[in-house]
Write a protein that binds this ligand. Sequence first.
Ligand SMILES: [Zn+2]
Length: 263
Amino acid sequence: MSMIIIPIQIFTIMVASWVAAGLINYLADVLPVSRKLVRPSCKNCSLSLNLIYYIAWPIKCSNCGKKVDFRHWIVRFGFMLLVLFIWLYSSSIALHFIPAFFVLMYFMLVSVIDYEHRIIMHPTSVLGAVLGVLVGFNLHGFTSTVTGGIVGFFGMLILYLFGSVFVSWLTRRRQKEMGEEALGFGDVILGGVLGLFIGMPGTIISLMLAIFSAGAVSIIYLLVALLKRENSSNLTIPYGPFLIFGAFTILFLKNNLLLVMGW
Ligand SMILES: [Zn+2]
């Protein structure tokens, strides 16, 4: 590539990432609260804000001066770094850059909403399923995509049923209400959706990565809570980001990891 084209490409990628991250922030702000695409508004004084400014350059509310959530900046810079990564390593990633860009948007949106609200929303899952079928068919064909979806769904369903039995056992033992379910049914649907993206046998590895990473983080959480002498029964962690982590690893990091391990 010539000396002029590379800076132009990087600039275009940065601008596209900035706008895409703005859109992720907008959707993460309005979807879980209003369940439809309403105009964004200030969380402090509820003044409605101009969508274009909100996506392009939101710093603070013009009425009350409240600054945007810190999450906005994490999403913006985190998304840019991820996009730069897939651009730099595109030769080792099976997925082409443009579809990969949209997959990253979906992954980030689901992770942010699950982290903040502990839900996997149906509209994002429908969007994900469409994207997953398109990506899956192109990457590994019909059979692998469909079986990946089925294995992902039923793998998570087993965990979900196991989790609800465990929670009801705990509830009876402690004779009190447990606040939250260990896993939501949204996680089961997400497992199926991500299975479409990854196909087989990747879905099995991706599920294992999710289960082990979530387990490791839960144990750290529990240990910290024990050390601080907090009540550890309310500490449920969102499962979505771990499922996304597993899928991300298989889709974007697998070949690099295999190279590092010398396979
Ligand atoms: Zn305001």
